[in-house]
Design a binder for this molecule. Structure first.
Ligand code: ADP
Ligand code: ZN
Length: 658
């Protein structure tokens, strides 16, 4: 008699379905199944209830694809948690978790060449200082069981050396270690250092790998042999049957949050994964997220601190430059220009930070005030130095700048605001003998381009460096004596309730790039709001103190991490319908235990021709939020529940307002 199996099917927005087979199949094995008129890859989740006289015909599994399960039972349990927590059907969870090659129903022409496990050599660790040694002892004592750790170490305190020592112990126990990093382009230095310390080559998993390479890495890690896997966000789904530790470096980084499809947070999944696989998870950061600090306060995470820089250099001092009534050279004040000149004269490096790429954020007619907007998004195009000059930073549309104003015909354009390209120009004017190294998304495109740019900073070849937040992330640059933050004012007035938290993280992280060598560093912060209380706290308080104040405010205003939130976004070409969709949904909600705001316009109210409206949901109890979302999704799944021409997206624990 055939056995009934519960199968998750890729390429479908469906929950798990029942299929039958005569073979005995282990959970976690991939199979081919018929669905509709197609054949898709499915994943065996387990046995389905064996119904005798079935009212519908149960289809047969066509073929078994794996000899060995892709994931173990506890890894499958984690994916099941993802499906429930993010309210996503199993089919979509697989779409997110499985690499493309493993989802293909057509067999690969040539079998993939198997990677061999990098051999384990002898670790050559540095001698840890007493703070580091304390952290190591504490975390190492928790190997083999679930414990969540926050390793809060100031910039340059040597967190990476603690990671290395922990990973060495895990490898020695013949187990696997997972190290998550925000962006692979920024981790070359870390990989090199870990390779050297551990005496083995880490295995890398990130978006720059080809589909084949990714599948090969999966085949390797699935074997369970001891290794260190370093990867970006999606590596949290890699099979690691022998997992001994998870480390999430720069845990506050937004790159861990997926911004489309299933909007999962790799850090949050890391916590659950450690729970399911009985190992410690270490969240490392100089500037932990308020979510993580709240979990420490609630006693869920254990906190460890590294308060000293490994080179015993003190943290850089931050000073403001009052921009009011200054004669500005572009975006730069005379004081900043003077400080740059001095630092360059001393033979040291300068790092300037501006979080706006392009030349200028607005192209405006000087005669009539007309701005050139992206027609699909109804926001100004960003002007770029190279043609086509107009680029929409929201939808990516590019266009040639008009010669004459389409409104009044004048040929008198005015560029409003400053992006990195404009500041680069200003710098070149003031420092004609010092080349400017610009590092932003535009200048770092292309394979290996970013590592090359970073190497110029590290080697000291580049003296005058200008960049966006890419520069804020975890780099260990030895020679930077001056950091200039060109503009903090926009963040002070942003609508996003996380803006100040992010600003504090950014300022501390960017500042942390200086004073890493043998000299103390200096940070200058340009603002028109030198008396603003938050600017004052940036100068006078530590990140921890600032974070505690922000937490108090969040508690008073009942915003995350206090309470639990989600948003639902409806998109469509017909604004009225979009609003109607959300209104219909709010009428479904009967409990008073949840606050629902909206429908309200999303921050990007129109994008690529679609209007976007938002419901913000906030509840004190997590289960209330989740049951309301379940209710709303059930309503959407009814016939006529979803209005035609409208799409609805969900974000649980959102990090950004859409
Ligand atoms: P973080 O990740 O906390 O910013 P890093 O791990 O990059 O700090 O350490 C900063 C620098 O100090 C690195 O060059 C590192 O090799 C060095 N360092 C850290 N700990 C030690 C130690 N115990 N002995 C010698 N050098 C150390
Ligand atoms: Zn656009």
């Amino acid at each position: 008699m055939p056995i009934h199996y519960l199968i998750a099917v890729t390429g479908t927005p469906l929950p798990a379905l029942t299929y039958q087979s005569d073979e005995t199949l282990s959970p976690g094995v991939r199979v081919l199944v018929p669905i509709g008129t197609r054949v898709q890859v499915g994943l065996v989740l387990g046995l389905a209830e064996q119904t005798e006289a079935s009212t519908y015909q149960i289809k047969a599994i066509i073929r078994v694809l794996d000899l060995q399960p892709v994931w173990t039972q506890s890894e499958l349990a984690l994916l099941d948690w993802c499906a429930r927590y993010y309210h996503a059907p199993w089919g979509r969870v697989l779409e997110t978790a499985l690499p493309p090659k493993l989802r293909q129903s057509k067999p690969t022409k040539r079998p993939l060449k198997a990677l061999t496990t990098p051999p384990l050599g002898t670790a050559q660790l540095v001698e840890l200082n007493s703070e580091q040694a304390h952290c190591l002892t504490a975390i190492a004592a928790s190997l083999g069981q679930f414990t969540a750790w926050l390793l809060q170490g100031v910039t340059g305190s040597g967190k990476t050396e603690v990671y290395a020592a922990l990973i060495a112990q895990v490898l020695q126990k013949q187990q696997q270690a997972l190290l998550l990093v925000p962006e692979i382009g920024l981790t070359g230095q870390m990989v090199a250092r870990l390779t050297q310390r551990l005496g083995t080559t880490p295995v890398l998993l990130h978006s720059e790998l080809t589909d084949n390479q990714r599948a090969q890495v999966w085949q390797l890690t699935q074997q369970g042999s001891p290794l260190l896997l370093i990867g970006t966000r999606s590596a949290i789904f890699a099979p690691l049957p022998n997992l001994g530790i998870i480390i999430v470096d720069e845990e506050h980084d937004n790159a861990y949050k997926q911004q489309d499809s299933i909007r999962y947070h790799a850090r949050d999944i890391a916590l659950m994964r450690a729970k399911y696989q009985h190992c410690p998870v270490v969240l490392g950061s100089a500037t932990p997220s308020l979510e993580t600090l709240a979990n420490v306060a609630a006693g869920k995470y254990q906190q460890l601190a590294l308060t000293q820089r490994a080179n015993t250099q003190s943290l850089p001092s931050i000073q403001t430059i009052d921009m009011r009534q200054q004669a500005l050279a572009g975006a730069l004040s005379p004081q900043l220009i003077k400080a740059i000149a001095q630092t360059l004269d001393d033979g040291e490096q300068v790092l300037l930070f501006l979080n706006r790429r392009g030349y200028a954020p607005v192209l405006m007619c000087h005669d009539c005030g007309y701005t050139v907007d992206c027609p699909a998004c109804e926001v100004p195009y960003t002007f770029h130095r190279h043609a086509p000059n107009l680029r929409c930073h929201h939808c990516g549309k590019v266009e040639h700048a008009p010669k004459a104003c389409p409104h009044c015909g004048a040929q008198n354009w005015h560029l409003v605001g400053q992006g990195t390209q404009k500041v680069e120009e200003t710098l070149s004017m003031h420092f004609p003998h010092t080349p400017v190294l610009r590092i932003d998304r535009d200048s770092s495109q292309g394979k290996d381009k970013l590592p090359q740019l970073l190497e110029q900073v590290r080697s000291g070849a580049a003296r005058l460096i200008l960049g966006t937040q890419m520069l804020a992330k975890g780099h260990d640059f030895a020679g930077i004596a001056l950091v200039g933050i060109i503009d903090v004012d926009a963040a002070l007035f942003a609508r996003d309730f996380r803006a100040l938290e992010k600003l504090a993280q950014l300022v501390v992280q960017v500042s942390g790039r200086t004073g890493r060598g043998d000299k103390a560093g200096r940070v200058l912060l340009q603002t028109h709001q030198p008396q603003h209380p938050f600017v004052q706290s940036l100068l006078k308080q530590s990140y921890s103190e600032i974070a505690q104040d922000l937490l108090k405010e969040r508690a008073e205003t009942h915003l995350p991490p206090f309470g639990h939130s989600a948003w639902l976004l409806a998109e469509g070409k017909d604004l009225h319908k979009v609003q109607q969709q959300l209104e219909q949904l709010t009428q479904q909600v009967t409990t008073a235990e949840i606050d629902i705001a909206g429908p309200m316009p999303a921050i990007m109210h129109k994008r690529q021709g679609y209007y976007r409206e938002l419901l913000w949901l906030q509840a004190e109890k997590r289960n209330v939020l989740h049951s309301v979302i379940h209710q709303l999704q059930t309503a959407l799944a009814q016939p006529n529940g979803l209005l035609s021409g409208v799409r609805v997206f969900l974000d649980i624990d959102p990090q950004d307002m859409p």
